[in-house]
Design a protein around this ligand. Structure first.
Ligand SMILES: [Zn+2]
Length: 470
């Protein structure tokens, strides 16, 4: 229950984020030095005690993110984020701000800024974006929240503190996808719900608009073409999991409003990318993200964001169809989908159906939801298709790299679940034989193998399928 409740927070963050992300286009080389870029900082800001207290708290939060293993450490990706992020920083020298750009191991599509200059973007959002320009747009929006001291302003405002309480009470009535595995927002919620509200949920419509408009200026100044904005908003509107909560849009700029005011801010002479340039931009971005995206698929499956997992891993396979790891992750995603269709229908994406689905998730465990779906003919058909698809993909991944031992684990679990016991035994054997001796789940699969062979004395139900999906 606690976990569920916590991940409600992350979903709230998602729904708000989806309504507040900025967007832009792409050019490979900045044409204006970043220091000359657009936005002017709030130079009149004077730190008081209440501001310094907040600063101290967010500095601690940075440390906690890292200590809890939430920061995704990958030298190349870190350097990339730093490079792209710095291009949209208009003012490098702001009192009590050190610009830093981090990726978080978190499957919810989200980004946020702390007032000390730490900008966080989740792997779940990195995986959803298509180009560097879109990434730069997200970062430019967040940078503006920092450079314009939005968090401090919100913190000083009593009205917002009241709003914060309202938001937290609303969180309790919202039910998200997923069991809430270690997301960043959960951590902030545990440490300081107040900071969560301040830095993510609390900005007023005016401040969000300012972050969009100023962010767009800095992006353009940094040489990114801004005309991809509408595409990104469409991308964020996709709502793969059917979890957007309309009520939260009411407190934030509506997507169409954002399209309008951002379009008005665009120069009519802005160059557009040709189809070839766009294709190239997408390929370059994906090449940067490939490892992080694989990680994100794992996180998405753990967080029960199965449709997202399929979406992201399909993107990886389209990019590098011959990479065994990519095909393996797509197989994992289809296996995890169980009795669900890979995409929601138009009807399922209507407000009423989303509410119904949210209610269902609130009242039932994942196993109960799946059992219910398995009573329907569509659920059974989807299950069969997904398992077949997973099997084909596992076999293909093995063809591409016969040493990809993870495939044997996946196949073993698949066969065990569909009752092909002998094949499950053989796959688990191969997994144990090929996996590194220090693999964290080695012992678990040894025991599972023993159970399947009927030699484990301490298992009371040797024929029951494994409970966990992943
Ligand atoms: Zn914002």
């Amino acid at each position: 229950m606690n976990l569920k409740r916590k991940s409600q927070v992350s979903l709230l963050a998602l729904s708000i984020l989806l309504s507040s992300l900025p967007v832009v286009g792409y050019t490979p080389h900045p044409i204006v030095p970043p220091t000359q870029a657009g936005a002017k900082t709030n130079e009149t800001f004077k730190f008081g005690k209440v501001d310094l207290d907040l600063l101290e708290q967010v500095n601690l939060l940075d440390e906690r993110f890292d200590k809890e293993g939430l920061v995704y450490h990958n030298g190349e990706l870190e350097a990339y984020l730093e490079r792209v992020g710095q291009t949209v920083v208009a003012d490098k020298n702001i009192e009590n701000v050190t610009w830093k750009f981090y990726a978080l191991r978190d499957a919810t599509p989200n980004a946020f800024a702390l007032p000390n200059g730490s900008i966080y973007i989740n792997t779940g959002l990195l995986a959803l974006l298509d180009t560097e320009a879109q990434l730069a747009g997200v970062l430019a929006h967040e940078v503006t929240h920092v450079s314009h001291r939005h968090t401090y302003a919100q913190n000083r405002s009593m009205r917002k503190k009241v709003l914060a309480i309202n938001i937290l009470s609303t969180i309790g009535s919202w039910n998200p996808i997923g069991g809430g595995v270690g997301t960043a927002i959960n951590l902030i919620a545990n440490i300081s719900p107040f900071i969560l509200v301040l830095s993510i949920f609390g900005y007023s419509r005016e401040l969000e608009k300012e972050a969009d408009v100023e962010g767009l200026k800095n992006l353009t100044a940094a040489g990114y073409q801004p005309d991809e904005m509408v595409n990104t908003i469409k991308l964020l509107q996709k709502d793969i999991e059917g979890e957007q909560l309309n009520s939260f849009y009411n407190d934030h700029p509506k997507l169409q409003d954002r399209v309008n005011y951002l379009s008005n801010s665009l120069s009519t002479t802005a160059n557009k990318m040709s189809d070839d340039q766009l294709k190239k931009a997408k390929a370059e971005y994906l090449a940067q993200m490939e490892l992080a995206d694989r990680q994100d698929v794992e996180l998405a499956i753990l967080d029960e964001r199965f449709r997202t997992a399929v979406f992201v891993s399909q993107k990886l396979v389209d990019f590098h169809p011959d990479a065994s790891a990519n095909v393996y992750y797509l197989a994992e995603s289809y296996r995890a989908l169980g009795p669900r269709a890979p995409e929601l229908t138009a009807k399922e994406l209507t407000g009423g159906e989303k509410k119904k689905a949210a209610k269902n998730r609130r009242r039932r465990t994942l196993e109960e939801q799946e059992a219910e779906l398995m009573k329907t003919t569509t659920g059974q058909a989807a299950w069969k298709t997904n398992q077949e698809k997973a099997e084909q993909l596992y076999l293909r991944a093995l063809e591409l790299n016969r040493f990809n031992y993870l495939v044997h684990r996946g196949l073993g679990m698949l066969y065990e679940k569909i009752g092909r016991k002998e094949e499950a035994i053989s796959q688990y054997r191969k997994y144990i034989e090929l996996a590194p001796l220090n693999a964290a789940d080695m012992e678990r699969f040894r025991r599972r193998l023993q159970t399947l062979r009927g030699v484990s004395p301490d298992d009371t139900s040797p024929t029951s399928p494994p409970q966990e999906n992943y």
